[in-house]
Design a protein around this ligand. Structure first.
Ligand SMILES: [Zn+2]
Ligand SMILES: [Zn+2]
Length: 241
C-alpha cells in the first residue's frame, strides 16, 4: 500500500484518454468516462443497440428471425471513437496498463446476470498470439476473475478452445464474409458438460465469431453460453450470427 502511495506521489496516474492527472482508482478522468457511449438499450440476445426498446420483446429484428448458439451478449459499451482508441492501443500497441482500466470499466457497467461456471477467452490462432505476445481476451478474463468478488481463478479455462486456423482479418469483410470466416475456426479441447460458460472477448462485431465458438461449446455439453465483451459495434448483425 505504501509502495503504491509513494509511486502515485512520484508518478501520479493520468487519464488514459486526455492525459490529465486523475485522483481516482481508475485511470480515466470523470469527463472522459462520461464521454464513453453506454449501450443503454441492448438487444436481449446479441446486444445490438435497439432503436425502439419497447417493441420486439427486447430483441432486434435479426434475433427475432434467427437463433444463435449463445444465449446473450453482455456488452456495456458501444464501440465508439474513444473506446476504439483505447482498445487499439491495448491490442495492437501492447499497452497493458489498459487491461485493469478496461476490466474495471466492464465490472462497473455490465449486468452479467447469473454468474457462469467457466470463463473461456476467445482464443487467437497460435501464430497471431506469437506475433502479438498475448491474447487480449485472456488478459481481460484474468482481470475479471481477479477483481470480481464471486469469480475465482479456477473458473478460467483459456485452453478449452483453440483457434484451428488463422481467421482472415475481419475488417473489410462483409457480414456474410465474416460468418464464413468464423465457421469451423475453433476446436474444443475438453468437456463443459452441463456448465454455464461465459466466452470473453474484447469487441463483438457481428456475433459470427461468438456464434461459431458457442456452437462448439454447446456440442461439448454447455447448458448456457453468455458472451462477455467490452463493446458492441452498432452495425447490423447478419442472419447467420
Ligand atoms: Zn480524461
Ligand atoms: Zn439481436
Amino acid at each position: 500500500m505504501l509502495g503504491r502511495a509513494l509511486l502515485n506521489g512520484l508518478f501520479p496516474p493520468t487519464c488514459q484518454l486526455c492525459l490529465q492527472v486523475v485522483e481516482r482508482d481508475i485511470a480515466l478522468c470523470r469527463y472522459c468516462e462520461r464521454s464513453l457511449t453506454h449501450n443503454h438499450h441492448p438487444c436481449a440476445c446479441c446486444a445490438l443497440p435497439l432503436r425502439d426498446p419497447h417493441s420486439g420483446e427486447g430483441l432486434c429484428i435479426a434475433c427475432q428471425e434467427a437463433s444463435f448458439d449463445f444465449d446473450r451478449v453482455v456488452a456495456p459499451f458501444l464501440y465508439d471513437t474513444a473506446l476504439a482508441q483505447m482498445i487499439g492501443r491495448w491490442k495492437y500497441a501492447g499497452d497493458h496498463r489498459l487491461t485493469p482500466l478496461l476490466g474495471d470499466l466492464w465490472l462497473s457497467r455490465a449486468c452479467p446476470g447469473p454468474l457462469p461456471d467457466l470463463l473461456v477467452p476467445v482464443p487467437l490462432h497460435w501464430r497471431r498470439q506469437l506475433l502479438r505476445g498475448f491474447n487480449q481476451a485472456e488478459l481481460l478474463a484474468r482481470h475479471l476473475v481477479t477483481r470480481h468478488p464471486r469469480l475465482q481463478a479456477r473458473q478460467l479455462r483459456p485452453g478449452l478452445l483453440t483457434r484451428q486456423r488463422a481467421a482472415r482479418v475481419q475488417a473489410g469483410l462483409g457480414a456474410s464474409g465474416r460468418g464464413e470466416n468464423a465457421s469451423g475456426a475453433f476446436t474444443l479441447n475438453g468437456s463443459c458438460d452441463n456448465l454455464h460458460v461465459a466466452l470473453v472477448d474484447d469487441v463483438c462485431t457481428t456475433g459470427a465469431t461468438a456464434d461459431a465458438a458457442s456452437r462448439l461449446l454447446r456440442a461439448g455439453g454447455a447448458r448456457a453460453v453468455d458472451v462477455w465483451c467490452l463493446a458492441r459495434t452498432p452495425g447490423p448483425i447478419p442472419g447467420i450470427g
